[in-house]
Design a protein around this ligand. Structure first.
Ligand code: 5AD
Length: 381
């Protein structure tokens, strides 16, 4: 089938997806990119939504073989931010029009941690709603930024595999989105990249629980893992579809020198270019296949090329996560080597991203939650 015809198909099969991901010709890549952009515009609009990314702790009980903050890495300083600092940063996000915050950390399941996440979520919601109330009481005509967030700041959690009770408590506390990457849906590859106590089966179970509780669910994979094939990536997209995922965050796998996988996927020039291009194609093809989901353009893209995140937006992504982690701890949350924005502070990131988004002619959905249309569509049914 001609590429043009293939791009007009309503439902893409796994083989169609493989074919699209395999395209190497520049003209054909551009056809796919344009189609992805068109589908995004049609189903989600052209606005870019912000989620302030707060990496509030790098303490981790897991030992994923690829990740720089794995428990086994003894060379980093471990930190956990205090509740007060977290809620202040959340208030900053609300005041600066970010609309939503993502609280991310290393994975822990102890009760102290679960209590902490529950409580800090509650406090963020209270604090960002309270602001709205106060302003309304004052009856000033001037509309402040927080007036436009009647339900407070949107809270997304990304704190790994938990049990039903913990997920439920976080939801009751006010978190309405949850990110849990599946990393790869190939069982062999999952086994090769994780210790025995972490299983693909449990990740899937967690995603099902999160969905049942009522969260907007986010997932994603790493692209370019050693041994990963185009067929694996096509399976990943089919998985997003089957699990009715609302939000996708995917990025290139990049080595970290203090991990067991440091030798695999060395950043040679060719590899870098290939994995970058493949990541953009994954964004585009996922957009074409899934249509109304939110897709994030991830920081890891910018680790490979300075304009990586803008490129992601041009290939069909509509969400970006400006870092709001305090500058003093950013270097302790290095998931991979060369993670960008380590020497900047939150204000610098704000200005820098705005400039980048403007250069590609997109506008930001300030003061909006920017919920995925897919969630609205699937819950309306
Ligand atoms: N390269 C790219 N992404 C990574 N992550 C962790 N380590 C790496 C790495 N070396 C991603 C994982 C995880 C997310 C928080 O960061 O996909 O889910």
């Amino acid at each position: 089938m001609q590429l043009k015809k293939l791009l007009e198909k309503k439902n893409l099969s796994k083989n169609d997806i493989i074919r699209l991901l395999s395209v190497k010709n520049k003209q054909e890549i551009e056809m796919i990119r344009k189609k992805a952009y068109f589908v995004m515009k049609q189903h989600c609009g052209e606005k870019v939504y912000y989620r302030g990314l707060l990496e509030f702790s790098n303490l981790c009980a897991n030992n994923c073989y690829y990740c720089g903050i794995r428990k086994g890495n003894k060379e980093i300083m471990r930190y956990s931010l205090e509740k007060e600092e977290i809620t202040n940063i959340a208030a900053w996000c609300a005041d600066n029009g970010y609309g939503s915050i993502v609280l991310q950390s290393g994975e822990r399941r102890d009760s102290k941690f679960v209590d902490f996440v529950e409580d800090v979520t509650k406090k963020i919601k209270e604090k960002t709603k309270e602001k709205t109330k106060e302003k309304t009481k004052e009856k000033t005509k001037e509309k402040t930024k927080s007036d436009r967030l009647p339900n407070g700041l949107g809270v997304t959690l990304s704190v790994g595999e938990q049990d039903y009770a913990a997920y439920r408590r976080f939801f009751e506390a006010g978190a309405h989105r949850y990110l849990l990457r599946i990393e790869t849906t190939n069982p062999e590859l999952f086994k090769k990249t994780h210790p025995k106590n972490q299983t693909l089966k449990n990740r899937k179970k967690c995603l099902r629980i999160l969905k049942k509780i009522g969260y907007q669910i986010g997932s994603g994979v790493m692209i370019g893992l050693p041994g990963q094939t185009i067929e694996d990536l096509a399976d990943d997209i089919m998985f997003f579809k089957k699990y009715d995922i609302d939000m996708i965050g995917m990025g290139p796998y990049i080595t970290h020198r203090q991990t067991p996988m440091k030798r695999y996927g060395q950043e040679t020039k060719n590899r870098k270019e290939d994995v970058f291009n493949l990541s953009l194609m994954m964004i585009a093809v996922t957009r074409i296949a899934l249509k109304d989901v939110n897709i994030a353009t991830t920081t890891a893209l910018q680790a490979l090329y300075p304009d990586g995140r803008e490129k992601g937006l041009q290939y069909g992504a509509n969400v970006i996560m400006p870092l709001v982690t305090p500058k003093r701890v950013r270097k302790e949350y290095m998931l991979y080597d060369g993670k960008p924005c380590i020497d900047e502070d939150t204000d610098e990131c704000k200005l820098c991203l705005l400039g980048r988004i403007k250069t590609i002619g997109r506008s930001v959905g300030f003061d909006e939650w920017g919920d995925p249309k897919h969630f609205l569509n699937r819950t309306k049914k």
